[in-house]
Write a protein that binds this ligand. Structure first.
Ligand code: AMP
Length: 433
């Protein structure tokens, strides 16, 4: 193994990044909005560990999916457990639903989750190896109302974040009854056109035929356009389910397009699949076109391996870094931080010792206070207060600390008064109310 230089070591690993305070404001604002909408609709917040047993993903996502084949961060513990850094949320949530006996509770169980996920992908625009997702799952419900509700809530979230325009893409990929016949037809069709498709597609015919419809290679587009569509193969149950989902989307006033090539790569999906993609506004970079903000679908067969029975469910997740990218490019303003009306200035060791108890009094009284422990001098600290246009400074110097007093300085007219430290909270409350 080649020894890394210090310069290489102090950078985060490839495809991962530090989240600096300014960036963090975006994550907080997005999660705050998503949590409040999800909570309003009855979703309860839920967390699973970052590490799971490898079988949770290998047995549910599918052996030939990109995630399982090449993208999982795996590790063997000293106790010889084979674990994976979670590459996605749904399989873990289903595992937790089963292991916590949630099937015995009133159904459906509606859960939201957020945090980091890990995929060893080729880093490229909008793709990271550690990225954050916010997801929703409705477990224990087979009716199409749940599918339409998830899509509607995701659309509301995008609207509320101010990052329109976007398009909802939906499709049905059938279930274990009707999909095999479609898969056979698709394979037969592609076998007839082997000379006109890319190398990856030639291997997809054998490993994961539905992914043929996912191919973005220029070469494959003509063949893809004429490929048989799942719609013509749906069994009666799947047909009715899809029709109802679309009717509900109409009543919920969610515009959508039926996208026959939308399959989403994982084995556990059944019936509804969806993605929400950005559209470009006039004058915007093409960069923002067709960026997948979120995706998901129904996964009625996912629990089979974990619970030895079918448990219906539907859900999806947002990619938070993608949302941040669109918010930045579309210049969405975050709620400004609440400006403090007080700035706390401390000078000298005795004042420093008293500063925390005094700041605690302000905090308990609900008063936001600016301060700078790093700056020692009076004028530096006052300069900071004026720069932030804070109307009052509270000055605690050596003399005041010993006498049990404190100075209130009006930063607009520079007048000052000395008051007893015990009464400062009441006095200041009256001034700034
Ligand atoms: P998925 O879990 O693959 O269904 O993805 C759901 C959403 O997560 C996508 O629509 C993206 O917005 C986001 N996403 C997926 N993979 C990545 C990645 N490697 N880096 C950043 N965002 C991602």
């Amino acid at each position: 193994m080649q020894k890394k230089t210090i310069k290489e070591i102090i950078r985060p690993p490839k495809g991962m990044h530090d989240i600096l305070p300014e960036e963090h404001r975006f994550y907080n604002a997005i999660y705050e909005k998503m949590d409040s909408i999800a909570e309003y609709y009855g979703f309860k917040q839920f967390q699973t560990p970052y590490l799971e047993h490898i079988e949770i993903f290998t047995s549910t996502l599918g052996e030939t999916t990109d995630i399982v084949e090449k993208e999982m961060y795996t590790l063997k513990t000293k106790g010889k457990d084979h674990l994976v850094l979670r590459p996605e949320g749904t399989a873990s949530i289903m595992r937790a639903y089963i292991s916590n006996g949630m099937h015995t509770k009133p159904q459906p169980v509606m859960l939201s989750y957020k945090g980091s996920f890990f995929r060893h992908e080729k880093p490229q625009k909008g793709r990271f190896r550690e990225f954050q997702q916010f997801g929703l799952e409705i477990i224990g419900e087979e009716k199409s109302f749940a599918d339409a509700l998830i899509i509607k809530i995701f659309s509301i979230m995008i609207e509320e974040l101010g990052i329109e325009p976007f398009t909802v893409h939906v499709n049905s990929i059938g279930d274990k009854e009707c999909r095999p016949a479609y898969r056979k037809e698709l394979v037969a069709y592609y076998r007839k056109h082997l000379n006109y498709i890319c190398k990856d597609c030639r291997s997809r015919i054998k490993t994961n035929p539905l992914r043929l419809l996912d191919c973005k290679e220029e070469k494959c587009q003509e063949v893809k356009k004429e490929a048989p569509q799942m719609m013509e193969f749906l069994c009666t149950g799947c047909q009715t389910h899809f029709k109802e989902t679309l009717e509900m989307l109409d009543s919920f006033e969610v515009p959508y397009i039926i996208d026959h090539t939308l399959v989403r790569g994982l084995d556990y999906y059944t019936r509804t699949v969806f993605e929400i993609l950005t559209d470009v506004k006039k004058g915007e970079e093409e960069d923002l076109s067709k960026l997948a903000l979120c995706g998901g679908g129904r996964y009625d067969g996912l629990a089979k391996f974990l619970a030895k029975k079918d448990i219906p469910g539907v859900g999806g997740s947002f990619g938070i870094e993608r949302i941040i990218k669109v918010m930045k490019e579309r210049k969405v303003k975050l709620k400004p931080k609440k400006k403090p009306k007080l700035f706390f200035v401390q000078i000298g060791q005795a004042a420093k010792l008293k500063s925390i108890p005094m700041l605690e009094q302000f905090r308990k009284a609900g008063l936001a206070v600016g301060q700078s422990f790093g700056k020692g001098g009076l004028s530096d600290q006052l300069k900071l207060a004026s720069k932030q246009k804070i109307p009052y400074a509270i000055i605690l110097g050596q003399k005041e600390a010993l006498e049990g007093t404190v100075i209130i300085r009006n930063m607009e007219n520079y007048s000052q008064e000395t008051v007893s430290a015990d009464k400062i909270v009441d006095i200041i409350k009256k001034k700034i109310k």
